[in-house]
Design a protein around this ligand. Structure first.
Ligand code: ZN
Length: 323
């Protein structure tokens, strides 16, 4: 029905159920629909806003993402509860149980291979000042079934965490600009940028006034851009350098995930056709394929590589790309 309406075959009116409520009494679907049809004929139904198709799809995705993020926090609370039941007071000492140190300790708790003192040594940064207290806090009553539950919760968090893959960056409010979708990205306050020269993290020097546009995979025919003002990093070795962002390579304006997407399609269709489908040029597809092939060649000696699977040529890579 919605599809027919979108195609213009039927005029769709969405009304508020509260405004068109029928008088109470014997009700059937037939009587209800007669009543609604009557109201409509007299123009008594206020039309609610029906967003166009791309926005409806986007809305579904955003809603689903929100649900995933929420289920992540529920899972975290459940995990903290479990720790409390087992008399492990990690949360009293670590400000963030799910930080780097906390996660290392949780994994160590699951494997049961380390003593509390050894586990406390996994602390990093300022948490190292509290090692003796942590050793006491980690000395709890963790049974096999608790470990099983903990493992499941950690796995679940890992799955849910994949819907938010850019670390140290947050998304802003998405805007429609003409036929383009702009997703503002900004660095988390106090986060250190990565030097594009040596890859080390360093303090930021300044931020560009003009944001840079990174093209993302365009779903449903409209272009999507991550909009990000680049920072410059004061690197001890390379001096002042533009930062390296995790979702794109060097000075490239194409997101890595988009290039992988183009290259995958380019295996099945002629490159010019792939360009047409994604609203881009043959050259962009060509560069994407080259980049992916180079990446595959550079990483073919990684453990578990293609030769183990008996493939004659290096395949396209299947790494965990960050956006
Ligand atoms: Zn550097």
């Amino acid at each position: 029905m919605l599809r027919e309406a979108a195609a213009g075959a039927v005029e769709l009116v969405v009304g508020n159920a509260r405004h068109i409520k029928n008088v109470p009494g014997r009700k059937t679907d037939v009587k209800d629909s007669e009543w609604i049809a009557d109201l409509l004929r007299h123009g008594l139904i206020a039309r609610s806003f029906v967003p166009p198709q791309p926005i409806r799809v986007l809305r579904d995705l955003v809603r689903y993402r929100r649900k995933l993020v929420e289920s992540g926090s529920t899972e975290r609370n459940r995990l903290l509860e479990l720790l409390e039941t087992c008399d492990i007071k990690l949360a009293s000492f670590a400000s963030n149980v799910f930080g780097v140190s906390g996660m290392a300790m949780l994994r160590a708790l699951v494997t049961n291979a380390a003593t509390p003192t050894e586990m406390a040594q996994l602390a990093r940064g300022r948490l190292r000042d509290k090692i003796p207290a942590l050793a006491l806090a980690l000395d709890g009553q963790l049974d096999d079934e608790h470990r099983f539950l903990l493992q499941m919760q950690l796995d679940r968090l890992d799955q849910v965490g994949r819907c938010h893959p850019i670390r140290c960056f947050v998304y802003g409010r998405v805007r429609f600009v003409g036929q383009q979708l702009h997703v503002p990205v900004r660095a988390c306050t106090g986060s250190r940028g990565q030097c594009s020269g040596c890859g080390e993290r360093g303090p930021t020097y300044d931020t560009a006034r003009q944001a840079r546009f990174f093209e993302f995979v365009p779903p449903w025919g409209f272009a999507v851009f991550l909009v990000y003002p680049m920072r410059r990093i004061a690197c001890p070795t390379c001096r002042v350098r533009t930062e390296q962002v995790p979702w794109a390579d060097g000075k490239n304006r194409c997101c890595n995930v988009y290039r992988v997407c183009l290259a995958r399609w380019a295996r099945r269709l002629p490159w010019s056709e792939v360009g047409q489908i994604f609203g881009t040029t043959w050259g962009v597809v060509h560069r994407a394929v080259r980049w992916v092939v180079d990446y595959g060649l550079a990483h073919r000696d990684v453990p578990g590589h293609h030769q183990a699977a008996g493939w004659p040529r290096p395949p396209y890579p299947r790494p965990a790309f960050t956006w």
